[in-house]
Ligand binder design. Structure first.
Ligand SMILES: *Cc1c(COP(=O)(O)O)cnc(C)c1O
Length: 350
């Protein structure tokens, strides 16, 4: 099955097989070495920083976002969330649940961020932290993290970025983002179950404010540093797969992975337009995911069933009130797979 949903993405056979190992207690030294190799390997795909560290967490990407936000902010802190999609809204939910003091900058889900208005907003609100999504999976918008980071520096705020669908494809710098958050099952092409926060050690050591036993970035980091273990049972097989996925990304190289995804995305956008589909966003889109307007005559469930029959899983839209579907072109797939999908789609509409 070719997965055209925005993760979990297709994995290579070697990543799948890496999970099939002799039973092992994760508190054994050999497993600590696997986790150490993962924590170090994840750092190779980000730039900048000072003594950067990756904190491995057991759970899907949302868990790491919740862990980072709730660990970094104290009651006296103020958070500004930039919201232009469902994942920005999820950050608002996290801030609410944790009773944090936050304000939101709301922006259209299909339009590029207006950096001047954001600057005005941030200069007025003076938050201690700014949280945003790098690649908004809701629409495919790629938010301008460098511009936000420059404003953050002006006001002395720290940046928390959900890089779930940009990490391991785009270059991201710890000189621009203080907390980079991602997970094992998107561009890195591993199995679901592990998420992580990458930050300078000093920032992690300051992030001990969570009112949760489990979601505590600083505690998890300190325990790992002294034992090479997670505090609680890790997803052993997912970690073996992630270790292999990191090796494969190192072999392919971040630049070439970006180029492959871009080739997939360019072919996809062109093919969809040739078939007469209206695609979004029109501007500031990344190379990860595309939102496509569905004519009233096409029912998503019928289209989904047709594509699935021929081996392609497509994904529903996520913007309330708009009849859309989405195609992600990430994972262990190539332009050949995209071309195959376009043929199946053409077959359905003709
Ligand atoms: C996938 C994704 C997440 C995490 O979703 P989970 O279901 O918790 O893995 C968070 N943010 C963005 C932008 C994503 O694409």
């Amino acid at each position: 099955m070719t997965l055209l949903n925005p993760g979990p993405a297709n994995t290579t056979l070697s990543v799948k097989l890496a999970q099939v190992v002799e039973d092992i207690c994760p508190r054994e030294k050999e497993f600590g070495e696997v986790m150490e190799s993962i924590a170090n390997g994840l750092l190779e795909f980000v730039q900048g920083g000072e003594n950067p560290k990756a904190v491995l967490l057991s759970g899907s990407g949302t868990l790491a976002v919740e862990c980072a936000i709730s660990s970094a902010l104290r009651e006296t802190h103020k958070l500004a969330i930039i919201v232009n999609g469902a994942y920005g809204q999820r950050m608002e939910e996290i801030a609410s649940v944790h009773g944090l003091n936050f304000v939101s900058f709301k922006s259209d889900f299909l339009q590029p961020l207006d950096i001047n208005s954001i600057r005005e907003f941030l200069l007025r609100e003076r938050p201690d932290f700014i949280a945003l999504i790098h690649s908004e999976t809701t629409s495919g918008l790629l938010n301008d993290i460098s511009a936000i980071s420059r404003i953050a520096k002006e006001i002395g705020a720290k940046v928390i970025a959900d890089c779930m669908s940009s990490y391991a494809c785009y270059e991201i710098s710890l000189d621009e983002v203080d907390f980079i958050i991602a997970s094992s099952n998107k561009n890195i092409q591993g199995m679901p179950g592990v998420s992580f926060v990458i930050a300078n050690e000093a920032n992690i050591l300051e992030a001990g404010n969570a009112k949760s036993l489990y979601l505590n970035l600083k505690a998890e980091y300190e325990y790992f540093k002294s034992t090479l273990q997670m505090r609680f049972t890790p997803p052993v097989q997912t970690l073996y797969a992630l270790n292999q996925a990191i090796i494969e990304l190192k072999n392919e190289g971040l630049k070439r992975r970006f180029e492959r995804y871009k080739a997939n995305n360019t072919l996809l956008r062109q093919g969809l337009q040739d078939l007469g589909f209206e695609i979004y966003p029109k501007d500031s889109f990344g190379v990860i995911i595309t939102a496509i307007a569905l004519p009233d005559s096409i029912d998503f469930h019928c289209l989904h069933a047709h594509c699935k029959k021929y081996g392609y899983t497509i994904y529903p839209g996520k913007i309330a009130g708009l009849h859309m579907f989405r195609i992600a072109n990430i994972g262990a797939i190539t332009p050949n797979d995209i071309a195959g999908f376009l043929r199946v789609l053409k077959d359905f509409i003709s």
